[in-house]
Design a protein around this ligand. Structure first.
Ligand code: HEM
Length: 442
């Protein structure tokens, strides 16, 4: 079932019975099997040691923050996430992480982006975004050529290359009898599960990070999301080592291609609207002159351009949700087990919500010189299972945009907003290239 109307999505996804992912006991059984078969349990025990609190907790609730039921454990994970945001915002840490990664991105654009044929900035934005996640969740800011960072980058790519196959696998496991999917005779088939290509190695990396965090953990002064989770796991046996690993993995997967493609569309949109670039440039310079730095609240036009770009090129619709009870929405019965998605794009292209929706209108969200948010630009989804990374993403997206326009003129060198052929993400085709021309000589 697909929802395509704002009020209906809000009503549906506000209900806990409709806020579960495509998950079931059969999928849980399959997860438990691969954790054993692929050596993930052994790896955790050998890296962390048998006496580690997490090893005592065991695997835990295996689905992590981005998957599974909307249950008490999921809600607790969200609380820990928001607690981390509050603490790090309080210490100015989030802005620090984002500014650091934005400076890394600009340095690469300076070095590589001014070539006459232009570039597709995909890789630069993926790396920048992944480093924000790494800074926030693990307290590390990598150089992009660090071997550990390169490994993380590879895991994310492998995930997106195999996304369709992973959903097919899930549906198979969910629809066949357990004796059939779990039979030892089918071990060679189990190894075809695309998750085998990246989950064991990624878990190993996270277990090593857990070990390092353990050694310097100050319970009174947690430094990042992993610290907060380790502290919480002391009194919560459902937070096992795989709960933590899959939660951190979900952050990379949730953040990387969404923000990257939002930034790619932004680069292309700005390239086709040089007058918009100049207005952003003037606005952020006024803020710098007055406040010594770019203050988001004082840049209504730039914020409007950011929101309009998200509306004009929404990169994703929602992930699948599944009903765990019969529920009525807008007078229609949704039977237990129904799989649903919300077409966020439909909301953002509905002329009832946005006049001339097919047009890019840079100042659509500026009224009397002030930025006015519109909740119907709902790219982060609505309700109980909406995007947890929203706050982080908005700050990063604004900072990247403002700092790029401060340092570069963006010029189109090829393509015409062509959309790539992809099952889940609205991304520009690689042919769409832009040049980042330095505004000042070094
Ligand atoms: C422009 C950037 C982003 C967009 C457009 C976006 C959009 C979305 C959407 C549409 C969903 C699905 C919600 C649903 O099914 O109802 C989602 C879920 C999620 N997002 Fe984002 N996201 C972005 C950035 C981020 C970032 C930066 C992070 C993490 C740092 C993140 C982490 C997640 C996670 C973990 C989920 C799963 C939440 C759950 O299942 O409860 N996202 N996001």
């Amino acid at each position: 079932m697909i929802f395509a109307d704002y009020d209906i999505i809000k009503e549906a996804f506000g209900k806990k019975e409709l806020s579960n992912r495509l998950y079931s006991e059969k999928i849980q059984v399959d997860n438990d099997r691969f954790l054993k078969d692929w050596g993930i349990i052994d790896t955790a025990e050998s890296i962390l040691g048998k006496d580690d609190r997490l090893v005592k907790n065991g695997v835990g609730i295996s689905e992590g923050i981005g998957d599974g039921y909307y249950d008490a454990t999921h809600r607790r994970l969200r609380v820990h996430w928001h607690d981390t945001i509050k603490r790090l915002v309080g210490r100015n840490k989030i802005s620090e992480i984002i500014q650091h990664s934005s400076a890394q991105v600009n340095a690469i654009l300076k070095a590589e982006g001014s070539v006459p044929q232009g570039i597709d900035p995909r890789e630069v934005f993926v790396n920048g975004t992944m480093n924000v996640v790494t800074g926030f969740s693990l307290g590390i800011l990598y150089d992009f050529d660090d071997p550990d960072f390169q490994d993380l980058s590879r895991y994310v790519s492998v995930f997106f290359e195999n996304m369709r196959e992973m959903y097919v696998w899930k549906l198979l496991v969910d629809n066949l009898p357990v004796w059939m999917t779990q039979s030892k005779l089918l071990t060679p088939l189990h190894n075809l599960n695309p998750m085998k290509k990246f989950v064991p190695d990624w878990c190993q990396y996270i277990f090593r990070q857990i070990k390092i965090h353990r050694q310097k953990l100050d319970p009174a002064n947690p430094n990042d999301f992993l610290d907060i989770l380790l502290i919480a796991a002391e009194g919560d046996s459902e937070l096992g080592y795989f709960t933590i690993a899959s939660t951190i993995i979900a952050l990379y997967l949730g953040a990387s291609d969404t923000l990257t493609n939002t930034m790619r569309w932004m680069s292309l949109t700005l390239a086709d609207h040089p007058e918009v670039q100049e207005k952003i440039f003037e606005e952020i310079n006024r803020s710098i002159e007055k406040d010594g730095e770019i203050i988001r609240e004082k840049c209504p036009y730039t914020r409007s351009v950011c929101l309009e770009n998200m509306r004009w090129h929404p990169v994703v619709d929602t992930l699948p949700h599944r009903a765990t009870a019969d529920v009525t929405v807008a007078g229609v019965n949704i039977p237990n087990g129904t799989i649903m998605q919300a077409a966020l794009t439909a909301v953002m292209y509905d002329p009832k919500n946005f006049p001339n929706p097919e047009k890019f209108i840079a100042d659509r969200f500026v009224v009397d010189g002030e930025f006015v948010n519109d909740v119907k630009v709902c790219g982060f989804s609505l309700g109980l299972r909406n995007c947890i990374g929203k706050q982080l993403a908005i700050e990063q997206y604004f900072t990247y945009t403002a700092n790029i326009v401060r340092d570069f003129k963006i010029i189109r060198t090829s393509g015409n907003m062509e959309i790539a052929n992809h099952t889940a993400i609205l991304m520009p085709a690689e042919i769409n290239r832009v040049r980042f021309e330095k505004r000042r000589p070094n």
